[in-house]
Design a protein around this ligand. Structure first.
Ligand code: MTE
Ligand code: HPA
Ligand code: MOS
Length: 772
């Protein structure tokens, strides 16, 4: 069976994911499938069963007495710095020395001959501690006077206080928005092989090999050049493997060096869920002033987030929440503040959208509030407040929205989904249906593309052409299912004008491309595609020079044709031409580089152009709820999404569908629940409900806006797709809200927190019926 498949149609070639066949036949190698060297040891984490305490002593005697246990790895074994905080704040020890900060915090690792032995022995340690009071959520943390884990952000434009008081109407509200577990199919996993001297080789499942490398070096007290980190692919990352792999890499590496044997660590699902960070939950307070037509005059918002015990990526996550608290809407006067609260919970981290979804849902709730207050169709309120028109393009962070296509995109979806007609029918249905109620909502999304940490917006690639004409591609991005490798290989194949199959896609390794950024912020293709093209262009320039000299033609007379090269009147197969270039000693390898132009951001003043461009989309969802049980189902969803000029429509559609479903899961059934001791009780798929295939919309129409192209010079004018469609799930949430509102004649905007579980839907219905 061949590893890559191209479906050749009459017009163009469709490339399926380069590993698709291997994924579905179980032949794709994940970190757990790689054969381990003789004598490999296994590590398992011992964790705390208290949320906050002074750590007094750990007695390992029973652990060490367990047959098959080789030893324990503790804070005292850290040869370098006992810190794995990704932002260098020194607030995240590998293992704590004197303070336990959350229930489930890793305290030590047991190293044993088998994973089963290590896992069972880890429970036999006796931990002595002095309990301290704990705060689990952002409100409790604020009441307890807990600090922020990182500096707050403030965004401001205009004069919000007078504008709010002068507005014809004013609404204040609070919404809580839940977090989310990544629930990647493959959990965290790492193994480390000790090398000569200070060298160490780590294979793991991370979105950020360079950070894992630097972190292992930091913890081992060796320079980065001693550490190699390899990643072939992940079984999903979704942001959960941007920084969270640091712990597992550090443990495997330290143990490998200590015992001079290969050490592998793979937590089970429960430990993966309790010991690694999730999406931040937020408590959002808003105050909005608007006129009688529903036009927004001023918005004030505070965004308090459950960050957990350390900063991790909470700074940029809460910043991105503020950057998206406008979603698609112009706020003439605005003031937004983040409160990144320290809590005694696992440190929350990146998750698809990176805080953006929590900002966007606040904007959409504000719109719904205004719609009910003014008795309008929420879609009309949305349209009335879109960016665009004279003096209505400036965001709260002072970037101009120059590429807004929402007027067209939303109008098209409104037509194709038959929104107006169906809304009338739904309202009519609800009048005659006492128990089942329907709801519909059409919500837009605008998402800013670029890392807000400007220096992250760089990438490298390494391209070799071997003298048989085969091509080896390496770049700094990682493959987690999104199809990045396929897209970058397409870029290379097209630049050389050779068949896709000629490109060998290889593992990501810190040995080939250094100082890479996380594959995150949806920017994998934008960055690595450009870097790879830069490498190809360098090689092509040398080939053209060689051909022009050898055949004595003008450089303009050298053309790369499909699998051939034309030089003047002569046409050679690509391989023949490459062999000749090799014989003439032409360098057939190049390192490419790219950095995103135009962007800058000054966090202190809250002004700049953090985003190169925006991606847009809209979704229309219809739901039915059962007002006696709160149960619901999604009847139909229509999506129109903007990916600019699609590099690969099959992959892009897959991203849109998957992101929508994941966004819907976040806002409907996925609920994280900690008990009052701070123990996460939803720690496995048994208690944490992600959407099933049977939960998908009964009718699901997904279209890419094929007329769109990026006005910026991205790779082939495409746009990032990984995260933006996640927020299309908000259409389901607002459709549920619409159905709930029907029980009280749509006179009031239902109070609905996320996730809108059947329980919350039922409570919202009861409240509107005067029973709550
Ligand atoms: N798609 C799959 N199948 N698996 C994943 O883990 N992660 C998402 C998105 N799509 C993810 C995915 C997230 S959070 C991001 S930031 C982007 O992919 C990262 O990849 P890209 O930049 O290449 O789009
Ligand atoms: N998105 C995703 N990951 C990140 C970002 C971002 O903006 N900044 C740092 N890591
Ligand atoms: Mo995605 S949350 O930026 O890894």
């Amino acid at each position: 069976m061949k590893d890559t498949v191209s479906i050749t149609g009459s017009a163009h070639t469709v490339h399926i994911h380069d590993s698709a066949l291997k994924h579905v036949t179980g032949r794709a190698d994940y970190a757990d499938d790689i054969a381990l060297p003789e004598g490999t040891l296994h590590a398992y984490l011992g964790v705390s069963d208290v949320a906050h305490a002074r750590l007094l002593n750990i007695d390992y005697s029973e652990v060490l007495a367990t047959p098959g246990v080789v030893g324990v790895l503790t804070a005292a074994d850290v040869p370098g710095v006992n810190d794995i905080s990704p932002t260098g704040l020194n607030d995240e020890p590998v293992f704590p020395t004197d303070l336990i900060q959350f229930h489930g915090q890793p305290l030590f690792a047991v190293i044993a001959e088998t994973r089963g032995i290590a896992r069972r022995a880890a429970e036999r340690a006796r931990v002595d501690y002095d309990p301290l009071p704990h705060a689990l959520d952002p409100v409790a943390a604020q009441e307890a006077g807990y600090p922020h884990v990182t500096a707050q952000l403030k965004l401001e434009r205009g004069d919000v206080a007078p504008a709010l008081s002068a507005a014809q109407n004013r609404i204040t509200g609070r919404m809580t928005v839940g977090g989310q577990d990544h629930m990647y199919l493959e959990g965290h996993i790492a193994f480390a092989i000790p090398g000569e001297d200070d060298e160490i080789f780590v294979t793991c499942s991370t979105q950020h090999p360079s950070e894992a490398q630097h972190m292992v070096a930091h913890v081992l007290g060796v320079p980065s050049n001693a550490v190699v980190v390899n990643v072939r692919r992940m079984g999903g990352g979704f942001g959960g493997k941007e920084s969270q792999m640091n712990l597992f890499c550090a443990v495997a590496a330290m143990a490998a060096k200590k015992w001079n044997r290969t050490v592998k660590i793979r937590p089970d699902r429960d430990q993966d869920m309790t010991a690694t960070g999730k999406r931040h939950d937020f408590v959002i307070d808003y105050d909005v002033g608007f006129d009688d037509t529903g036009c927004i005059q001023a918005v004030q918002g505070t965004f308090a987030a459950r960050c957990g015990f350390s900063a991790d990526l909470s700074g940029p996550v809460t910043d991105r929440a503020l950057f998206h608290a406008d979603n698609a809407y112009f706020y003439p006067n605005v003031r937004l503040d983040s409160h990144p609260m320290k809590t005694n919970t696992v440190s929350n981290t990146a998750f698809r959208g990176f805080g953006g979804p929590q900002g966007v849902i606040a904007a959409e709730r504000i719109i719904e509030e205004i719609a009910y207050a003014t008795g309008q169709d929420p879609l009309d309120v949305r349209k009335a407040n879109f960016y665009g028109g004279e003096d209505r393009t400036l965001t709260p962070y002072h970037q101009e929205v120059e590429d807004n296509i929402l007027d067209r995109l939303v109008s098209e979806l409104e037509e194709t989904s038959d929104y107006r007609q169906r809304r009338q029918e739904i309202i009519a249905f609800n009048e005659t249906s006492p128990v089942l109620k329907k709801g519909i909502a059409l919500t837009p999304v605008k998402f800013g593309i670029s890392f807000t940490a400007t220096w992250y917006n760089q990438a490298g690639a390494l391209v070799h052409v071997y003298n048989d004409g085969s091509i080896h591609l390496n770049h700094g991005g990682t493959e987690m299912g999104q199809g990045l490798n396929t897209k970058v290989a397409q870029v290379v194949a097209e630049a050389f004008q050779v068949d896709f199959e000629r490109i060998k896609i290889t593992k990501t390794t810190t040995e080939k491309v250094p100082n890479t950024s996380a594959t995150a912020a949806s920017s994998g293709t934008d960055l690595n595609g450009m870097a790879a093209r830069d490498a190809v262009e360098q090689i092509k320039a040398r080939l053209v020079k060689f051909a022009a000299e050898k055949w004595t033609v003008a450089p303009d007379d050298v053309h790369f044709l499909p699998n051939r090269v034309q030089i003047g009147d002569e046409v050679l197969p690509f391989d023949t031409f490459i062999k000749q270039a090799y014989m003439a000693r032409v360098q057939l390898s190049a390192a490419g580089f790219y950095k995103t132009p135009k962007i800058h951001w000054d966090r202190d003043s809250g002004k700049g152009r953090p985003f190169y461009y925006y991606s847009y989309g809209a979704a229309c969802s219809e739901v039915t709820i059962d007002t006696l049980t709160g149960e619901y189902r999604v009847e139909r969803t229509d999506i129109l999404h903007d990916v600019g000029r699609s590099l690969n429509p099959a992959l892009d559609k897959g991203q849109v569908e998957g992101a929508f479903i994941q966004g819907m899961g976040w806002l409907t059934t996925e609920e994280l629940w900690w008990d009052d001791k701070g123990q996460l009780r939803t720690h496995a798929p048994s208690t944490y409900k992600i959407p099933l295939a049977s939960d998908r919309p009964r009718i699901f129409n997904v279209q890419l806006a094929d007329w769109s192209e990026n006005r910026e010079l991205t790779i082939k004018r495409s746009k990032a797709v990984g995260e933006p469609p996640f927020m299309l799930g908000i259409s389901v949430f607002e459709a549920l809200s619409h159905a709930v509102a029907s029980v009280a004649e749509y006179l009031e905007c239902p109070r609905l927190d996320a996730p809108a579980t059947p329980e919350r839907v039922l409570m919202a219905v009861a409240r509107l019926q005067g029973e709550g």
